[in-house]
Design a protein around this ligand. Sequence first.
Ligand code: LRH
Length: 463
Amino acid sequence: MTEFAAVDLGASSGRVMVGRAGPGELALTEAHRFPNEPVRAAGTLLWDILSLYRGVLDGLAKAGPVASIGIDSWAVDYGLLDSSGALLGNPVHYRDSRTDGVPDQVARTLGDERLYEVTGLQKLPFNTIYQLVSAIGTPQYEAAQQVLLIPDLLAYWLTGELGAEYTNASTTELVDVHTRDWSLPLITGVGLRPSLFPPIRRPGSVIGEHSGTPVVAVGSHDTASAVVGVPAEGERFAYISCGTWSLVGLELPEPVLTEESRRANFTNEGGVDGTIRYLRNVMGLWPLQECMREWGTTDITDLLRGAAREKALQSVVDLDDPVFLPPGDMIGRLVRAAGLQDPSPPVITRCILDSLALAQQRAIEQAQQLAGRDVDAVHIVGGGARNELLCQLTADACGLPVLAGPVEATALGNILVQARAAGVIGGDLAALRAVLRQTQQIVRYEPRGDASAWRHAAKRIAG
Ligand code: LRH
């Protein structure tokens, strides 16, 4: 068996995992976990990138000798480098409000229809295109020579090599979904400098070396790695990569670029091996995480036990509403949106989970309609896979079996791409997923009831 290190940065913590891989074998251990605590400074919400880099270095030291290193993180955010390669300020958090109003401004210049035709991306206010446009004219932007997405920035610090890994670059809304390269017409069309964008590199390619160990490009968008880590058999499956976000959709060979798809705000992100992640961002466990922060608790088990005792579908909110995007006063926003009379933690938790199951069901149903593909099962991977109540509610709402796990799909997807690049495991995505099914624990939830209560609840929200 050969060992690989996966650096996986999430919105609330970072990890360095060691994966041991061989034909038909795959096992993961955690070498190091460190907090990811954004900081608000002078009114702007920032990532503490140096503390994250320190966590990466400590983790790699703890991991010991490995055959290679792969890095993934959340999408869209970036650092700017000056002409000497120095970082110009801390990367800004995608939940910062600096892009307020910018998507509409860009739409007036380029048109949302054209943006979708070229990039296939859902319109999220924090897409890199909008963040960069909001930075034009600032001293940092004017001094910048390169823009590097978070995993590419860390890879640059580890290896000295500049580049833009494709799966993550595809989330910028500046990559052409047809050519799978930067779109110069869009970049210049919004007034950005093309020289800022380094060459695209593909998952599986070697970036450079860190202290003699190869650093290999993986699906550096965490969701791209998570989807590699979905232990599905065949094509008739939907997935939910459930953590801070729920990324809900299908894996497709080609993008869906219809007007209906654009209006439903589905995205066509670039995946490993030329696949398309056809999905929508659903608010995920973020509202619950924010409530827990406000309640001052970290004990989710107790909350879920209380929520499971509450009556189903008492109150639901539309979790696709951008009102829930920024941090702060989540409880107040939920209480107002749901009209809750008794805003106790179990009631609020149940409201969030019912609403999340409903939003996930809606995205899966729409994805099938828009892509013309039916599914037989829903895979839930990531932290949400250990949330039994959410898995069961999702099965109930969808009227489909839910297959939950692995929790560590992202790190496993990261490791599998490295293992394949090293020649340790062979084959296409189906072959990699077969290894997951042989080695990882998966829990099956059967749908209960006839889903009609969920359809009524969905109408309540729509109405
Ligand atoms: C999940 C994720 C998601 C993006 C968001 C910014 O971690 O990468 O796919 O939309 O963060």
